[in-house]
Ligand binder design. Structure first.
Ligand SMILES: Nc1ncnc2c1ncn2[C@@H]1O[C@H](COP(=O)(O)OP(=O)(O)O)[C@@H](O)[C@H]1O
Ligand SMILES: [Mg+2]
Length: 248
């Protein structure tokens, strides 16, 4: 267990992510000032599968980037596994991000010159350098889980879009994160491939008990998540069970 985590209370550890009254304003005090997120409060427990929905421009990616410590809020509080990120230096933020969070984006950002296996190992290599035998075998296990065991030595640019996204999912899981943030991960996939990729999220959510927040425009997929959070103009207008959610 890292130093960052050593002083957490048991109660705090049970909440993966907590946001309190979070605001984001771009270009503050300029003519282009844009108040994008308004008083966002949200709590995510271990093993939750949450759909984050809302029209284009409603602030989903901005929120995900802040939750993933890729961007900072203008005000409000953010805790990840009981660690308040307020006042953390960049190095500690990076440590917390790489310990706790995995990312999957619409465009997978794989490194085409590298093999499938090395792409999956990348988050570990960035953090620890040369991967251990145990890390390599876990990456191989994940590639097997996403159905790509036979492709591990291939370059990623020879894979289909769905296969590349499955590599990106294995890469997000390789650090065993408590939280996966996925920003429209099925956005550029055909319906059947999107279904298959989404099923992988469902499976890993159950088997690894990692909390997953998934941005999707597809009501078929959001309805498969037990919980839906809907943003309209940067405000949470719905947070509850998906079956009761009506598009505003
Ligand atoms: N870096 C930025 N600088 C200024 N405005 C931004 C920036 N990123 C996003 N925005 C604005 O924030 C709003 C929400 O964008 P975004 O979070 O990308 O929405 P969504 O992901 O829901 O489509 C938009 O009005 C967008 O123009
Ligand atoms: Mg977006």
């Amino acid at each position: 267990m890292s130093k960052l985590n050593s002083f957490k209370s048991i109660a705090d550890q049970q909440i993966v992510l907590q946001l309190r009254n979070l605001n984001k304003i771009f270009n503050t005090d300029t003519p282009l000032e844009n108040h994008v997120l308004h008083d966002i409060s949200l709590q995510i427990s271990p093993g939750e599968l949450v759909a984050l929905v809302g029209t284009s421009g409603s602030g989903k990616s901005t929120l995900l980037n802040i939750m993933g410590l890729l961007d900072v809020s203008s005000s409000g509080e953010l805790c990840i596994q009981g660690n308040s990120i307020q006042g953390l230096c960049e190095q500690k933020r990076t440590q917390l991000r790489s310990e706790s969070i995995g990312f999957v984006f619409q465009f997978h950002h794989l490194i085409s010159a590298f093999s499938v296996l090395d792409n999956v190992l990348m988050p570990l290599m960035l953090r620890y350098g040369k991967p251990s035998a145990e890390q390599i075998s876990y990456a191989e296990y994940l590639l097997n889980e996403v159905g790509l065991a036979n492709f591990k030595h291939q370059k990623t640019n020879r894979l289909s879009g769905g296969q590349q996204q499955r590599v990106a999912i294995a890469r997000a899981l390789v650090t065993r994160p408590a939280l996966i943030l996925a920003d429209e991960p099925t956005g550029n996939l055909d319906t059947q491939t999107a279904d298959e990729v989404f099923s992988l999220f469902e499976r890993f959510n159950v088997e690894h008990q990692c909390a997953i927040i998934i941005v999707t425009h597809d009501p078929r997929l959001s309805s498969r998540c037990p919980r839906t959070v809907c943003l309209t103009d940067g405000r949470i207008v719905y947070d509850g069970v998906s079956v009761d959610f009506k598009i505003p």
